[in-house]
Design a protein. Structure first.
Length: 117
């Protein structure tokens, strides 16, 4: 009789998939990695030179979802080192050089004396 009048709560439980556990671990590792990158002196100096406040950057990283933080960590790991303006300038110079050599070979220009027509 006492069990009839005693309030009780129902508990719902279900199995957690292996993928869910692995993704949660990946997200935690990715968040730690991105925070360690933000803590580096060269990254701080680069962000400050671009006018980005470090506290705001860290707050934004903390507000990223698990999938966003994993994607960001992957982008940081695969980004080429020094892939800034220097690479673009060198690439453009190579393209211009090749175009000039081709036009010199075809006889439209006479820029390079070492190219025989």
């Amino acid at each position: 009789m006492i069990t009839v009048f005693t309030p009780y709560q129902t508990v719902l439980a279900k199995m957690i998939s292996t993928e869910t556990v692995i993704e949660a671990g990946k997200a935690h590792e990715a968040r730690m990695y991105v925070n360690s990158v933000l803590a580096r002196e060269d990254v701080m100096a680069s962000l400050l030179s671009q006018g980005i406040d470090m506290t705001e950057a860290k707050a934004r990283v903390d507000n990223l979802t698990d999938s966003e933080i994993v994607s960001l960590a992957d982008q940081i790991e695969t980004a080429p080192a020094g892939g800034g303006a220097i690479g673009i300038i060198v690439g453009a110079a190579v393209v211009v050089f090749i175009v000039l050599v081709v036009t010199d070979v075809l006889g439209y220009t006479d820029i390079f004396p070492f190219i025989k027509k």
